[in-house]
Design a protein around this ligand. Structure first.
Ligand code: URA
Length: 258
């Protein structure tokens, strides 16, 4: 008993703070037998837990097989490996013009989007529409006129609403990434706008949106501009000035490219 207590103290000193291992252990088994389950699992994407690994593999293979937007949407509709799907009402695939030069990528649907099955239809979406309009962009092709001269296409990293609007976790992002990459390659935008940290994490592997915003990055040779999420702008008026400057950079890049 004393030895066991000493061992426990020693483990605490080493920094052990959880009494569970990486893999389930049958504590009712015959302990006189050598225990084959006690192996250290190095944490890396290669050695992801088999369930997550196979969910990502499945996503990669389905995304690769999707040759059109319709097929990609159907692939997502039939993908049963992401638990977020179970708690949501609708798949939120995209809105806007598939021929658009600008592709806007948000984080995940909220309540309104989940109900309507379309991205950015709530308060943040209304602000996003105003922001786009200010540089002559619209997601509605029929509204093109003298001042709205280009279209935009909008989707999210995650197509299902996370419970209580929580941030999607790493596994959920990794599962959806093959679909998102395929989505981008089917749209072939000239410019990508990544809204908020989740989108930047998924596309350029970085977070810290207030530092990233306003700078150009590359995603598969496509210029990518990180911007603060409109939901953040709704809460932080002072950040709108920076957002305006980012929008002007997008506008002038588009002009340079045409
Ligand atoms: N926020 C997002 O990131 N996406 C939406 O579709 C709505 C709100």
């Amino acid at each position: 008993m004393k030895d066991a207590l000493e061992l426990l103290k020693w483990q605490l000193e080493l920094g052990v703070d959880e009494n569970v291992g990486n893999i389930p252990l049958n504590r009712f088994s015959d302990h006189s037998q050598p225990n084959e389950v006690e192996i250290e699992i190095p944490v890396s994407t290669q050695q992801k837990m088999p369930k997550i690994r196979s969910a990502i593999d499945e996503a990669e293979s389905r995304a690769k097989q999707s040759q059109t937007l319709g097929q990609l949407k159907a692939s997502l509709e039939n993908y049963e490996f992401c638990d977020l799907k179970k708690g949501s009402r609708n798949l939120v695939f995209s809105s806007g013009d598939p021929d658009a030069e600008v592709m806007i990528i948000g984080e995940a649907p909220g309540r309104e989007e989940d109900i309507q099955g379309a991205p950015f239809v709530g308060r943040a979406g209304r602000l996003l529409d105003k922001m786009l309009k200010s540089i002559g962009l619209t997601r509605d092709k029929d509204k093109l006129n003298d001042s709205l001269i280009n279209t935009a296409y909008i989707c999210n990293v995650i197509p299902w609403r996370p419970p209580h609007n929580r941030d999607p976790n790493t596994d959920e992002i990794e599962m959806m990434l093959p679909f998102l990459k395929r989505h981008i390659s089917l749209i072939e935008p000239k410019i990508i706008v990544a809204l908020g940290n989740i989108s930047c994490r998924a596309l350029i592997g970085q977070t810290g949106i207030t530092k990233l915003r306003g700078n150009w990055f590359d995603f598969d040779k496509i210029p990518l501009m990180p911007m603060c999420h409109p939901a953040y702008l709704l809460r932080n008026n002072f950040a709108k000035k920076d957002a305006w400057s980012d929008l002007l950079k997008i506008k002038s890049k588009l002009e340079d490219m045409s």
